[in-house]
Design a protein around this ligand. Structure first.
Ligand SMILES: CC(C)(COP(=O)(O)OP(=O)(O)OC[C@H]1O[C@@H](n2cnc3c(N)ncnc32)[C@H](O)[C@@H]1OP(=O)(O)O)[C@@H](O)C(=O)NCCC(=O)NCCS
Length: 166
């Protein structure tokens, strides 16, 4: 059984480590480590934990995934959605995204940017109701997809605290 709860500042180092491991493949495929999820510092994550919504997914006593929602006006930007390799494929990533959505009942729209070089990324968010608004080149190799979803376009309600994931 996994549980999803707000992270505390003391969790920043662990969340940073999970993010670095999770996005290593994106760095490899993009042939650069100069991409936002890999250049973010522990201190930046700690600041977001204090000021925005950062959720952690726990397997017992261990954090095995994380996601954050950054609110600006009536738009919430999803970032840092990451799950440790051996905990993937059990619905945890989807539950983290839905939990961020449920934590922001008053925003008009959710948006995110994802790297189309990583197989499965766009399809992962499409299954959650997001649509690609735009594809933009980033450097010579990377094509980023800007995706969004309007509130009310699916049945997200209430903040989920516990999921059965295995
Ligand atoms: C994307 C990610 C969060 C999904 O986590 P998860 O717990 O496996 O997600 P779910 O179990 O809810 O959904 C799994 C689906 O995600 C898709 N997916 C996307 N990237 C994937 C990856 N690197 N590894 C495994 N599945 C991935 C698969 O298509 C899979 O679909 P399937 O169930 O039909 O096989 C996780 O793979 C991850 O941390 N990836 C690296 C970081 C990243 O790219 N984050 C999102 C981009 S902003």
């Amino acid at each position: 059984m996994y549980s999803i709860r707000p992270a505390s500042p003391a969790d920043a180092t662990v969340i940073h480590g999970i993010q670095m491991r999770a996005f290593a493949e994106e760095g490899r495929l993009s042939e650069t480590r100069d991409i936002p999820p890999l250049t973010e510092t522990v201190e930046a994550i700690e600041l977001l934990i204090r000021t925005q919504t950062v959720l952690a997914a726990w397997d017992g006593e261990r954090i095995v995934g994380s996601a954050r929602g950054i609110v600006d006006g009536d738009v919430c930007t999803l970032r840092g959605v990451s799950v440790e390799q051996r905990h993937r494929g059990q619905g945890l990533g989807a539950s983290l995204v839905r939990a961020i959505e449920r934590a922001h009942p008053n925003v008009r729209m959710f948006q995110l940017t994802t790297n189309t070089l990583v197989p499965g990324n766009v399809a992962f968010y499409e299954r959650l109701g997001y649509r690609v608004d735009e594809r933009t080149p980033f450097g010579s190799k990377i094509v980023l997809a800007q995706m969004s979803k309007r509130r009310g376009s699916d049945s997200a309600t209430g903040l989920e605290s516990t999921i059965a994931g295995r």
